[in-house]
Structures are given as structure tokens and as C-alpha cells.
Write a protein that binds this ligand. Structure first.
Ligand SMILES: [Zn+2]
Length: 330
């Protein structure tokens, strides 16, 4: 594998959209927040029509959600039941749970994983059987790129490293992100420090190239990953952004700034595919696509313009969040 720095920007990612639980307290929504919320609504409607599937906007009650840690804590359903592995692109597979997964990418120098599920039990009970189904050998896992240091993404990494000798990659900031009492007991141990991902870094693994873009907000060292893929031999650029909008002012502002940065990088890279390790409704689209007749349009190839609009939508929600949180604090 070769390490370099980013010359051609690549990137992608998307927005774990923003699902409100309760109303925005008793306060009125500030005008600047409403402007962003309206812009998000307009974009969501446009994208819903163009992509022919529901694309969520955001609303003021998102500022009242529990913090990310609290949300990650008590939710335990579906953490042990795997979903059938899915082919995503040529030589790229989704393996894991309905709620979170790992992308498995074949290269001429072995397998690359993006993220590592929750824990050892997920690896033994879900990843390994899925590998058997796909005809893959876990001993071929060479590199595990972790998007960020939350345990639903990095919790299986240490076991994979110890068992198969795979190298683990995470940003400096997210190696340092501690587990705490609010975290889910399902989260496996923090991986010990191995390889460090840097902003703008390009890693070449055999015939595949991965570009890493630091997009702080969800965590301080969150990494988006851009990589070329093919669909039936036709080249595209996929962008993986995994991790939703936080509801603390500083982090939400960082998220908004990261979206603006990533828009520039992905535009230059011509990203036309958005993926996330929280694949959500993409799993159904992929399962349907697997059964569709040859020549059916791939559901995740959305085109560069729609990709940029998705990021803009995410940025509008982040900016609305900042304004709402500032108003709440007054
Ligand atoms: Zn997370």
C-alpha cells in the first residue's frame, strides 16, 4: 500500500438526516433558523421528486434531541441480528446489521473494510458467515478504515486486528475519543493505536485508491472517504459520510463547516454516489436492485448535481441547528 497526499479531491458522504422527537421547547424559531429550515425543506422536496424516494428535511425539534452519546446508549434492538450481505458495486459489499454495517472492498492486494461493526460477537456471528456466503476469506482483510471513533464503527476492529492481523486506521482525534458511561455496553473495546488517518490523505491499496477528508462535527476526527467504484464496469465516484448532526453549538458549527468543505472536495472529485455505514433505506434499494432485470439504473448512482444538493441540504440543517441551539441557550 502506498500513502500520499490528496492531489485530486475525491469525496462523498451524506447526511444522516435529522429526525425530530419533540418540539422546539416553548420558544419561537429564530428567523435565521427558519430560513435554513425552509431551504432544507425545498431541497428535500426537490430531491424526493428527482430521486423518486423520500429524502427527509429537518425541523426545529431536532434541537431538542438527546445528545449523540445518550442516543447511542440505550438502543439495543437489532444489534445481534445480521442482514443478508449485499453487493453494492462491482467488488464492493455491505455486510452487517440493518442499523450499521461495514463495506467490504476487494482490491488486488486483499480486502479493505470501512468500519468494523459493534464487537467481536458481530464479527463472529454476522461478518464471518456473510463472508462465507460471499466466498470471501477473513484472512484476506488487510486494512480497516474507521470512519469515526464511536463503538458501532470501531468496536469490532481490535478483534479483527488480533485475529487476522489487519491494520486499523483512525484519525488521531478519534483514537483519543474515550469510551464513557453513556456509551452502549454493546460497543467493543477501543482499538489500540495503529495507523493514523490524516486530512487529505490518499491511500493506494493495490488497484484501489481511497481519499480521506476530515469532516469534524459528529466526532472531532470524523473521516469521510472517497473512492472510485464501478457499476457493471462503468466508473463512478462514491463518497462515504457516516455520522449525523450533533446538537451542541460548537460541534454543529463544525459539522456545517465540514459540509461546506466537503462540497468543494466532492465537486472537484465528481462524486456521484452517496453511501453511509448507516445505510438505512439503501439496503432495501440494493436488495431490489439485485433482483431487477439487467440494465436497471443503479439506485445509489444519483449524479453529481443531486449529490451536491444532498450536501447542501445537510448544511442547511446544520446551520439551522446552530441558530436554534444559540436561541435556546439565551
Ligand atoms: Zn457515531
Amino acid at each position: 500500500m502506498k500513502r500520499g497526499s490528496m492531489s485530486v479531491a475525491v469525496a462523498a458522504g451524506l447526511l444522516a438526516a435529522v429526525l425530530p422527537a419533540i418540539a422546539f421547547g416553548q420558544k419561537s424559531v429564530p428567523v435565521d433558523a427558519q430560513v435554513h429550515l425552509d431551504a432544507a425543506k425545498t431541497l428535500a422536496a426537490k430531491l424526493t421528486a428527482k430521486l423518486n424516494r423520500p429524502i427527509r428535511a429537518c425541523n426545529a425539534s431536532m434541537a431538542d434531541r438527546p445528545t449523540l452519546d445518550e442516543r447511542d446508549g440505550p438502543i439495543v434492538k437489532d444489534r445481534m441480528t445480521g442482514t443478508a450481505p449485499l453487493k453494492v458495486f462491482d467488488d464492493v459489499y455491505y455486510v452487517g446489521l440493518p442499523g450499521v454495517g461495514t463495506y467490504v472492498i476487494k482490491t488486488s492486494e486483499g480486502l479493505v473494510l470501512i468500519d468494523s461493526l459493534y464487537n467481536k460477537a458481530n464479527i463472529q456471528n454476522i461478518l464471518i458467515p456473510s463472508f462465507k456466503t460471499l466466498g470471501l476469506d477473513p484472512k484476506d482483510i488487510k486494512h480497516i478504515f474507521i470512519t469515526h471513533g464511536h463503538g458501532d464503527h470501531d468496536g469490532g476492529a481490535q478483534y479483527l486486528r488480533d485475529t487476522y492481523g489487519a491494520h486499523v486506521y483512525l484519525s488521531d482525534e478519534d483514537y483519543a475519543l474515550p469510551r464513557n458511561k453513556n456509551n452502549s455496553p454493546d460497543w467493543g473495546p477501543k482499538p489500540t493505536r495503529d495507523q493514523v488517518l490524516k486530512d487529505g490523505e490518499v491511500l493506494k491499496v493495490g488497484d484501489r485508491t481511497f481519499t480521506f477528508v476530515k469532516v469534524p462535527g459528529h466526532t472531532p476526527g470524523m473521516m469521510a472517504i472517497i473512492f472510485p467504484v464501478t457499476v457493471d464496469g462503468v466508473p463512478h465516484i462514491a463518497a462515504n459520510w457516516t455520522g449525523g448532526l450533533p446538537n451542541q453549538v460548537k460541534a454543529a458549527q463544525a459539522f456545517a463547516d465540514s459540509v461546506a468543505k466537503f462540497k468543494m472536495v466532492t465537486a472537484k472529485a465528481h462524486a456521484d454516489i452517496a453511501i453511509s455505514d448507516h445505510a438505512g433505506s439503501d439496503l432495501k434499494l440494493l436488495a431490489d436492485y439485485a433482483k431487477a432485470p439487467p440494465g436497471t439504473k443503479h439506485p445509489l448512482v444519483i449524479g453529481e448535481e443531486n449529490y451536491q444538493d444532498l450536501l447542501t441540504l445537510s448544511g442547511e440543517c446544520a446551520n439551522a441547528m446552530v441558530s436554534l441551539l444559540k436561541a435556546k441557550a439565551k
